[in-house]
Design a protein around this ligand. Sequence first.
Ligand code: SF4
Ligand code: SF4
Length: 146
Amino acid sequence: MFGFLKGLKITFAQLAHKKVTLQYPDVMPNWGERYRGVHKFYAEKCIVCNQCARICPTSCISLSGSKREDKKLHIDTYDINFEICILCDLCTEVCPTEAIQMTDRFELATYSRVDLYKNIYWLDENARKHDGIIESEGRTHAGGEK
Ligand code: SF4
Ligand code: SF4
């Protein structure tokens, strides 16, 4: 009986506390500013220096570029294998132009390993979703903002 009352006391004490659970996936969590989620990529900023691929501890970045009319190198392909990416942030730290950046996005669950290879188009779309340029599944974040 005493244990039951003790349990009830804890339950009622929690009723007065601020709710910490979210209605995920309808409501997304707000991560800290330095949260390391899946990347976004700005192709126009990339100078094809290869530093991100070289520093990557799991060798999950592969890229290629070519010279265009302006005699400068431009990125052609940029792939990240999220099957082995450990979201360590080293690639973004080393990038001199901030072409590759991390976001607060984390949902990569899939039924196929092949789907975990993300190319330049997916990473670009992720940038536009993250920056609010295109609609991002219409879900709200904790606190109300989209
Ligand atoms: S976050 Fe780390 S593991 Fe992932 S691509 Fe960048 S350097 Fe490689
Ligand atoms: S480090 Fe940055 S600029 Fe250099 S290849 Fe990687 S993404 Fe492009």
